[in-house]
Design a protein around this ligand. Structure first.
Ligand code: PMP
Length: 425
């Protein structure tokens, strides 16, 4: 069952837009409010995608809208490198205080997640004077050249785009369901250091505390501590990519808070702007300060509208206690999925911290992207927007706004159950 509510627009899109911009639905948004979206035909959808983990605080949260409106009345752009503004400084101060790590920190702003990661790598290379970067298979860090190289999935992200950047190595990410333990990852790391590269050439290790696009795979307990210790032993900068995990999604402001250690550099985007494009890199002051003035920045980096929105997002997360709400909603979703699994043997795993939950499907012992797609289509036909992820495309991830009203959440759970059952029929 394919839902296509605007066939004429789909035809225009196909004629006008490069096909490399993949789209998971053919529904054209007209209006959105908190956890609901309406298309051009007035059809309503419950949004369990949140623009891929962006509107954790809901579509058009009144406080975010008000903050942006106020900023619009003052100025929309000066370029912070030309005519700076206090809001940028204040947001840096707030992130320096909130990002995990009991040490002096500094921050820069950019616009997208990929740009944040690019900057984190530049900073780590500058600070260490080394070139090498270790990343993880299944990880996702963006679509620019360095971030595409770091991304641990060939199709569709790397195939056909020519040589990748030098000095990047991938390790297996622990994934119990697929037979990879934390020990396996470290054994691969030892082999890497023996066979390919001396650790003294590695500038940074970058990883997601919960792999996002890779399938909502959380790092196992103790894994981050081992990475931290390894980085300390070899003078390697540890980078936590919290672009998808950040801003209350996992039940904490940052997913690294679940692990009891801090990265040297944290990258953020998505949820930070509540729908406005802004990203950030926060890290140890001495590392962040290594680059010469002018080496970092960008015309739109830390755009005033994004900065204003981010301040409102941080306020809303606190005022509405969204970390605890993420945990409560995630627990309820997990319970419901466990109940659905009793009559759906295709569900082989339900996982993820807080409301960064995912469910994985197999048929006949093998990952089933086909079954997964059917569930998504059945849900869409009933008015619930779901997203897939995972190296095999057999995982559905749940990313509703953390501000979703209870009745809308209940309705979504009922639709989810109906969609899974219909996919089996
Ligand atoms: N890092 C992670 C962990 C991500 O999930 C993403 C986006 N899915 C990115 C980086 C890239 O962000 P953007 O698309 O804003 O460049």
């Amino acid at each position: 069952m394919t839902v296509e509510t605007s066939p004429e627009l789909t035809a225009r899109k196909n004629a006008a837009i490069a096909r490399g911009v993949g789209m998971s639905t053919q529904i054209y948004a007209e209006r959105a409010e908190n956890a609901e979206l309406w298309d051009k035909n007035g059809r309503r959808f419950i949004d369990f995608a949140a623009g891929i983990a962006v509107v954790n605080t809901g579509h058009r949260h009144p406080k975010v809208v008000e903050a942006v409106r106020r900023q619009l009345d003052h100025f929309t752009h000066t370029c912070h490198q030309v005519f700076p503004y206090e809001n940028y400084v204040a947001l840096a101060e707030r992130l320096n205080a909130k990002v995990p790590g009991d040490f002096p920190k500094k921050t820069i702003f950019a616009t997208t997640g990929a740009e944040a990661v690019e900057n984190a790598i530049k900073i780590a290379r500058h600070y260490t004077g080394r070139a090498g970067v270790v990343a993880f298979a299944g990880g996702f860090h963006g679509r620019t050249f360095m971030t595409m190289t770091l991304t641990g999935k060939v199709h569709p992200y790397k195939a056909g785009f020519g040589p990748m950047m030098n000095d990047v190595w991938h390790l297996p990410y622990p994934n119990a369901l697929h037979g990879v333990s934390g020990d396996d990852s470290f054994a691969a790391l030892e082999r890497l250091f023996k066979a390919d590269v001396d650790p003294s050439r590695i500038a940074a290790i970058i990883l997601e505390p919960v792999q996002g696009e890779g399938g909502f795979v959380p790092a196992p307990e103790g894994f981050m501590k081992r990475i931290r210790a390894l980085c300390d032993t070899h003078g390697i900068v540890m980078i936590a990519d919290e672009v998808q995990t950040g801003f209350a999604r996992t039940g904490k402001l940052f997913a690294m808070e679940h692990h009891g250690v801090a990265a040297d550099i944290t990258t953020m985007a998505k949820g930070l702007g509540g729908g406005l494009p802004i990203s950030a890199v926060t890290g140890r002051a001495e590392i962040m300060d290594s680059s010469q003035p002018g080496g970092l920045g960008g015309t739109y980096a830390g755009n005033p509208l994004g900065v204003a929105a981010a301040h409102a997002v941080l306020d809303v997360i606190e005022e509405e206690d969204l970390c605890n709400r993420a945990q409560r909603l995630g627990d309820r979703l997990k319970q419901r999925l466990a109940a659905i699994a009793e009559s759906c043997p295709e569900i082989v795993d339900i996982r993820g911290p807080g409301f960064m939950k995912a469910v994985e499907f197999e048929v006949g012992g093998a990952p089933s992207p086909e079954f997964t797609k059917r569930v998504v289509e059945e849900a869409m036909a009933r008015g619930l927007v779901l997203l897939t992820c995972g190296v095999y495309g057999n995982v559905i991830r749940f990313l509703a706004p953390l501000t979703i009203p209870e009745p809308v959440f209940d309705e979504a759970l009922d639709i989810l159950e109906a969609a899974v059952l219909a996919a089996r029929a």
